[in-house]
Design a protein around this ligand. Structure first.
Ligand code: SAH
Length: 253
């Protein structure tokens, strides 16, 4: 596939950015590497002259940026999502290296929209945000000083995306594709499955919202690892719906 088309399918999502200058720096980093879809989740200050100044000739990216009030909203329509994290968390997908994960991201971009998600300058990504992602990447650094400036982290990943998009791509997704495979499920379709699952598990008593424990994060991690197809989400939701019919839950009247 045309590398520019692949790059056009990658969203850069910045969560709760504090400094408008970093938003401008991210836009500049993106444009130098041929990316253009910027999403801003609850930016503290945007638009802002400091963002425009740091973007230099990439102000067009700022003007076209999409501002949302939640990460879920920024991920609607995406089917593969990578979190950028300066450290390993005790929750969410295991940490992987930028190059191998970007190779997968580019392969997934051959099928649909994908996203790179960056955290706030001080606190990084929240656990809830990380649980919306299929993979997590840490840029290898000096262990004594591992946190990059947000704009610099965006630059490193956008560079890897450009290199990946222009590299000879092995047919990653072609391997193992069966005749009955379906398109990847989008983020919002999988969120629909989670809500359905939570409702059924609550009804059956398997899940107690008063004592949630780690059940829901573990299920999210399981399904993120599987990278569900649309047909698979429909099958799972069909199974859930069938249990609701038998137990009388979800029946009208
Ligand atoms: N103190 C924060 C760091 C925030 S830096 C923390 O410990 O998480 C702002 C954002 O830049 C991070 O949320 C992450 O998305 C990205 N970033 C910075 N350094 C990184 C690194 N070494 N690897 C991957 N992402 C990094």
């Amino acid at each position: 596939m045309n590398p520019e088309v692949l790059l056009s399918r990658i969203r850069v999502v910045l969560c709760r950015t504090s400094h408008p200058g970093n938003i401008g720096a991210a836009a500049r980093a993106m444009k130098t590497m041929g990316l253009s879809n910027l999403y801003l989740v609850e930016p503290k200050q945007f638009p802002d002259p400091e963002a425009d100044a740091r973007a230099t000739s990439a102000v067009d990216i700022l003007q076209r940026a999409t501002v949302t009030s939640s990460l879920k909203e920024a991920l609607v329509g995406t089917s593969f999502v990578v979190a950028l994290s300066a450290r390993q968390r005790d929750i969410g997908p295991p940490i992987s290296a930028p190059r191998e994960t970007v190779a997968r991201l580019i392969a997934e971009a051959g099928q649909g929209e994908v996203a790179l998600v960056f955290g706030n300058e001080t606190v990084g990504l929240s656990n809830e945000e990380i649980l919306n992602c299929h993979a997590a990447v840490t840029i290898p650094t000096n262990p004594d000083f591992s946190s990059l400036n947000l704009g610099s982290a965006v630059q490193v990943l956008c560079y890897e995306c450009r290199m990946g998009a222009y590299a000879e791509l092995p047919p990653l997704l072609e391997q193992g594709v069966t005749p009955f495979s379906s398109p990847p499920a989008t983020h919002d379709e999988v969120e629909g499955l989670y809500s359905h699952l939570e409702a059924v598990m609550t009804n059956t008593g398997f899940y107690n919202p008063e004592q949630p424990g780690r059940l829901l994060p573990k299920l999210r991690r399981l399904f993120a690892r599987a990278r569900l197809e649309r047909d698979e989400v429909n099958i799972l939701r069909g199974i859930l719906a069938s249990t609701q019919v038998r137990t009388g839950h979800g029946r009208k009247g």
